[in-house]
Design a protein around this ligand. Sequence first.
Ligand code: UD1
Length: 422
Amino acid sequence: MDSIVVQGGIALQGKIKIAGAKNAALTLMPATLLSEEPLTLTNAPRLSDIQTMTALLQSLGVEVTSMQDGKVQVLSSHAMTSTTADYEIVRKMRASNLVLGPLLARHHQAVVSLPGGCAIGARPMDIHVTALEAMGAEIELKDGYLHATAKGGLKGARVPLRFASVGATENVLMAATLAKGTTIIENAAREPEIVDLAHCLRRMGAQIDGEGTSTITIEGVGRLGAATHPVVTDRIELGTYMLAPVFAGGEVECIGGRLDLVQSFAEKLDAAGVAVTETPDGLKVARKNGRPHAVNVTTEVFPGFPTDLQAQMMAMLCTAEGTSVLEEKIFENRFMHAPELIRMGADIEVQGGTATVHGVERLKGAPVMATDLRASVSLILAGLAAEGETIVSRVYHLDRGYEQVEEKLRAVGAKIERVAGS
Ligand code: UD1
């Protein structure tokens, strides 16, 4: 398995182009299942999770044509051959469950394995199931698979979610576009990726109102057509690279960055003594003076602080002045990066969903191990600030969510390389 080797202590200077959002692409791709006509996605990120979704869609008979080095994906569901999402693919990535809503909506049936993905908690699917049942689906769990049918098609309904789940909102939103009548999703998730999905579905002919708020209303239509849609900027990749000059010093401009995508995160950076400035092309970030200050962070659903930036923020706070408290409210078991950061000299105590970080002056390079996608990038960031060499092993998680991480960081002056493993 590959490792990434980082030499710390080098200030960064320059520009990093932010890619299209992984989490948006992973819900936009299955949206193709709703229509016989092609869906063209531009600004697609080049990631192994996208390849996994491609393999899953292909296993259902979807034609996927990748162009411009993967930045453009043309998907066509005119000749579907299956409505079963097999465990062998689904186990690699939880977002595979996003085929459930569209398959039920257009084919009135789906068999979807319960998902895998990052080992960051139980991540069940009860919210998806309850919501689709409210729309008339019958769903049974047999041998690890959800067997779902909607005889005569899904029906519009009032669908209150017990928690504003991102995936459940996406599944119901897609399903409702072809349901008979009106669906009202209450307590809907408001993440930018959901707004992006709604924009794409509207381009395909769907009637949707209220995306980006807690109540989304969808008027079902008879069919959806072709569309071309640019994937929204990846706010998690953006936040990650915004932190790079905070660790290492210097100044980095994140091209394509938008403040509205990372407002709560940028507010914490400001409180920590980091300057974030809007430029015509994106966002520029630099420390105001010296070491950042401690700040307290609680992860929340959007527009709150994103759980997917918690590991990176914790790594940054390891060398802040003072004590920070981080509370993880979205996932249980999402502090697996803490023991690795401690190996690098960090002073962190974890108790349940709370981590207390006592800032130290410097981290020291060490061999560490990536445990999930965001944890792996947090260790690379920590390596940028650490004295000496940090070797991050098991980086396959990284390739699921960050395209060309070494190239992007090298372009702003970091000393980082990938070492092929046996
Ligand atoms: C999505 C993102 C992921 C991000 C997460 C929270 C994608 C592909 N992934 O994941 O990167 O970290 O949102 O912002 O977009 N839950 C239930 N029952 C359900 C569904 C969820 O209990 O039926 C729980 C989960 O266990 C978790 C919490 O709700 O504790 C959040 O999950 P959810 O918002 O559904 O996240 P995902 O859509 O899986």
